[in-house]
Write a protein that binds this ligand. Structure first.
Ligand SMILES: [Zn+2]
Length: 409
């Protein structure tokens, strides 16, 4: 097997002349009027209520939106699979994922006029960018970043933006995460970031949406990533915790600040464990609670946990002095990567548990096939490997990652 490469869809590489595109601050009626908690200026899009065509944003979308700078873009046909006889691709990578011939960008980390943010893992949310997201995603994001100009919609409510008919559906990844179904010209297109089709205690699980074109990352797109049933993993985590506590050590679980941490908080808190979570996790948990997710038995970490308390920290702080100072502790990482051979040893932790917030290899293939999409765009993760597997099964696959992508892992 070729060396494993994990690629990311969010690599830098400015290929796009911003001066010739997206200028002028298009306005959406009602987009700036209301404010919700976290200083978000949000506008909830009414059902089947198209934007006023007189708005500059709508005009911009109705006009042929492909700017001169994109037409002159040097394109490597091997990268994007473009050949003269093939139709224009629905999605393209131009310094970010872009719905071709539209103003809509997806999870883009550069300043654009309108970006669909699929979930609250984005830490690149620009202060003056208008985002399109679920109301829950905006609530979680704005808690940390302050003011955001946002268009929000709940799941399963259809709305229109110029020529696009849009609808958000659960992605199962973290609370509020969404796939977006885009209909235009009689074609159904779905863009999503990570999806999770297994049950979760904190996020509504993803179901495949029937579509012609699908854009999805290949995060765990290798057969190596085969996750055991969730209940088994939870039993193992509880055994680890019990053994630590019986031995007088504080268990320290390392999990993503948004999503997996709250998942652990819910499962363990409801099982009666006393939790001490890092402040950054606690802040997110407060929003989860406001959004109706019960996270009992959890307090903010204050430096000296009691002997019967379980500590949860985010991965970036796993080597924090506060953990090293604990009288006696054992550390475990909670991530899908835990199934990689030797992962715990490599990460210098005592244990690792594959509780994941994204599909494993088989789940992902099942999800992709479940959409019935004839064209699939892979936007990060194990793009080359999953592309080969899907092509072998007759699916047309395109890579939607920055050119000259380097291996990151
Ligand atoms: Zn994520």
């Amino acid at each position: 097997m070729a060396a494993r490469k994990r690629t990311s869809g969010q690599e830098p590489g400015e290929l796009f002349d911003r001066r010739s595109y997206g200028r002028g601050g298009a306005s959406v009626p009602g987009a700036r009027g209301r404010r919700t908690r976290g200083s978000a200026a949000t506008a909830t899009i009414p059902e089947d209520d198209p934007l006023d065509d007189s708005s500059s944003l709508a005009k911009e979308m109705l006009a042929p939106a492909r700017p001169a700078s994109l037409r002159s873009e040097p394109v490597d046909p091997r990268q994007v699979g473009l050949f003269e006889t093939e139709p224009l691709r629905e999605f393209e990578y131009v310094g970010g994922i872009h719905l071709t011939d539209s103003v809509l960008w997806c999870d883009c980390d550069r300043r654009r006029d309108l970006v669909f943010l699929s979930h609250a893992h984005a830490d690149f949310i620009g202060k003056h960018r208008r985002i399109l997201a679920t109301d829950k995603t905006v609530r979680i994001l704005t808690h940390a970043t302050g003011k955001v100009d946002a268009l929000t919609s709940p799941y399963r409510r259809r709305f229109t933006l110029g020529p696009l008919s849009l609808e958000m559906h659960p992605a199962g990844h973290v609370l509020g995460s969404a796939q977006i179904l885009i209909e235009r010209g009689g074609r159904r297109l779905v863009y999503t970031s990570d999806v999770n089709t297994r049950p979760s205690a904190t996020a509504e699980k993803a179901k495949p949406l029937e579509c012609d074109v699908l854009s999805v990352p290949a995060t765990y797109g290798l057969p190596l990533y085969r996750f055991p049933p969730r209940e088994e993993v939870i039993v193992s985590i509880r055994q680890f915790i019990d053994e630590c506590l019986n031995d007088g050590a504080n268990p320290v679980l390392i999990a993503e600040r948004v999503g997996l941490s709250q998942e652990l908080m819910r499962v363990l808190g409801e099982a009666g464990y006393k939790l001490r979570v890092h402040g950054s996790i606690y802040e997110v948990a407060k929003v989860y609670r406001e959004l109706g997710i019960s996270l009992p038995n959890a307090r903010r970490f204050g430096g000296t946990p009691a002997r019967d308390e379980v500590v949860i920290f985010p991965p970036v702080l796993r080597k924090h002095a506060a953990i090293r100072k604990l009288r006696k502790s054992r550390t475990a990482m909670v991530t899908g990567r835990a199934v990689e051979p030797g992962f715990a040893v490599q990460q210098r932790v005592d244990a690792a548990f594959p509780l994941a917030d994204a599909c494993d290899y088989e789940d992902l293939k099942r999800f992709i096939k479940g959409t019935g999409a004839a064209e699939v765009y892979l936007t990060g993760g194990f793009v080359e490997e999953l592309s080969a597997d899907l092509r072998a099964e007759g699916v047309r696959v395109f890579s939607l990652v920055p050119p000259k992508q380097l291996a990151l892992f």
